[in-house]
Ligand binder design. Structure first.
Ligand SMILES: Nc1ncnc2c1ncn2[C@@H]1O[C@H](COP(=O)(O)OP(=O)(O)O)[C@@H](O)[C@H]1O
Ligand SMILES: [Mg+2]
Length: 512
């Protein structure tokens, strides 16, 4: 008799159904696992054997064959241990033959029979729910699985004995409760930043419309400090976004204790990060920092120090909001709609724009042109706000703390985001949550320029040699500035401020 247990294989954040087939037959005493598994799957039989013995079940002296179907779908990871073990238990008669009908099963086993956490429980639960199945997963992942749906039945045992007792009715497992992670400790607040009013204004505009932003200024000006305070003014994730973000973090194995959080992700990879670390990939096609920052912020500090190919690989997700990773045997797509915040010094020494600075490389202009040329024009073109952050003066530092903190700014940002969501919903574009996400044709529908505004943008396009992309990015930025003010129409003043944030592309191309 062949026992069938349902489990999953991951392709990106999609959980594809996999059938674990177990057969115990007479013949040589072997335990074989077939079906295009990786090393972790091949090693699974040793864990299964020990876990069963530790739970008081010795394997029969027979031939045990496990097949993972479909055989042409690659299977990666350690989560096949539990479905294989439960399949063997049914085949041995240690569990009722219909016990696993209607369940998708995933989990890793320790040698003592304990069921240990695995990644990807949330997408597995969502897929199980879509197929009308329940889920059996490790106890620690239970709260994560419970987010998928209120209707699916979830069993989250600690070890093999608990699940056996559950099916024999001697110890019934209760359904886990979805958990939310609460923030611990005080968060950095905008109030800590003295002066730098224009940088704070740019940060507020970026937060309100989801725009990309680049701070350029000397060391110690407070660029990293400003960026670290962006999460405090961003609105929390909506329930739909929360689920999307958590699916990616679940596949990456980042959800500790099964607790999700409604805070927007803030990812700050070091500039030594490889291309695979930034955009995803590697042997297991894991999501990269850009995907982990989905619906949140990707902060690249010391931007020109990043490897140029890694930065250029970000151009695709910056435009399309997703990353396709291709492999010899498959292709998977991860969502990556992030807001890019970057910081850089004007040159290697960091002081190019300071009065009286003498640079070792000759003129400070040459030093900064060399440094800034590490960034490609098309990459810089995708950044809506370029801002020079001047060094902070001692007279600013001794000022009392600013009256306005993150709370007040966050309230204005939330209001501007509501206006945007309402507008795009009314136009029938439910998927557009903020101005930065609107396509060129959508943004044109929302902006009716008057004569003065039209003339300003025409003249400026010629003077700044704006690309078509640059032109639409200016329109989106102006829309956000108007939304922050609650203004229904985009006026000349809004366009003027938006254009003032676009100088650097021009200078970089002039220096090239
Ligand atoms: N505007 C400011 N208000 C208060 N402290 C500041 C300000 N700018 C810089 N600092 C101080 O200087 C330190 C360095 O700032 P940082 O953000 O790391 O500079 P940058 O990234 O521009 O090199 C901060 O930790 C903070 O103590
Ligand atoms: Mg810094």
């Amino acid at each position: 008799m062949v026992v069938r247990v349902s489990t999953v294989a991951f392709e990106g954040i999609e959980a594809r159904p996999v059938d674990v087939q177990v057969m115990i037959s007479n013949g040589t005493v072997v335990f074989n696992v077939v079906g295009l598994g990786d090393k972790a799957v091949a090693e699974s039989r040793e864990r299964v054997r020990s876990a069963l013995v530790a739970s008081g079940l010795s394997l029969p002296a027979k031939r045990i064959t496990v097949n993972l179907a479909p055989a042409d779908l690659p299977k990666e990871g350690s989560h096949y241990d539990l479905p294989i073990a439960l399949g063997v238990m049914v085949a041995m008669g240690a569990l009722p033959s219909d016990a696993l009908d209607g369940f998708t099963v995933l989990g890793e086993l320790a040698l003592d029979g304990a069921i240990t956490p695995v990644s990807g429980v949330l997408p597995a639960a969502v897929a199980a729910s879509a197929r009308g199945l329940g889920l059996i997963c490790p106890a620690e992942c239970g709260p994560e699985a419970a987010w998928a749906s209120e209707d699916i039945s979830i069993l989250a045992p600690r070890n093999l004995i608990q699940i056996a007792n559950h099916f024999h009715g001697s110890q019934v497992l209760s359904r886990p409760i979805p958990a939310v992670k609460s923030l611990s400790g005080p968060q950095p607040d905008l109030r800590d930043i003295k002066g730098q009013e224009s940088a704070k204004r740019a940060l507020e505009i970026a937060a309100a419309g989801g725009h990309n932003l680049l701070f350029n200024g000397p060391p110690g000006a407070g660029k990293s400090m400003l960026a670290a305070r962006l999460p405090s003014i961003l609105p929390p994730l909506t329930p739909g976004e929360l689920l999307e973000v958590s699916m990616i973090h679940s596949v990456a194995g980042n959800i500790a204790g099964g607790q999700l959080t409604d805070r927007r992700p803030f990812r700050a990879p070091h500039h030594s990060a490889s291309m695979a670390a930034l955009v995803g990939g590697g042997t297991h096609a894991r999501p990269g920092e850009a995907s982990l920052a989905h619906h949140g912020v990707l902060f690249l500090d010391e931007l020109p120090e990043f490897q140029a190919p890694a930065l250029d690989a970000l151009r695709q997700p910056l435009e399309s909001g997703e990353i396709a990773i291709s492999r010899a045997n498959r292709r998977c797509v991860y969502p990556a709609r992030f807001q890019l915040i970057a910081a850089m010094n004007p040159c290697r020494c960091g002081l190019a724009n300071e009065p009286g600075h003498r640079c070792q490389k000759g003129s400070p202009q040459r030093c900064s042109a060399l440094y800034q040329n590490r960034l490609s024009g098309p990459f810089l073109d995708r950044i809506d706000l370029h801002l020079e952050v001047p060094a902070i003066r001692a007279s600013d530092l001794i000022l009392p703390p600013a009256e306005e903190g993150s709370e007040q700014v966050a309230a204005r940002v939330a209001q501007a985001r509501d206006i945007q969501r309402y507008r795009y919903k009314a136009l029938g574009y439910d998927h557009v949550a903020c101005n930065a996400m609107a396509t060129a044709s959508i943004i044109e529908q929302t902006i009716k320029l008057d004569d003065a505004g039209g003339k300003l943008i025409r003249d400026a396009s010629d003077r700044l040699r704006l690309s078509a992309r640059g032109f639409h990015r200016v329109l989106k930025l102006a829309r956000t500035i108007a939304d922050l003010q609650g203004a229904p129409d985009v006026l000349r003043a809004h366009l003027g401020e938006a254009l003032s944030y676009r100088p650097m592309v021009d200078r970089a191309s002039a220096a090239a």
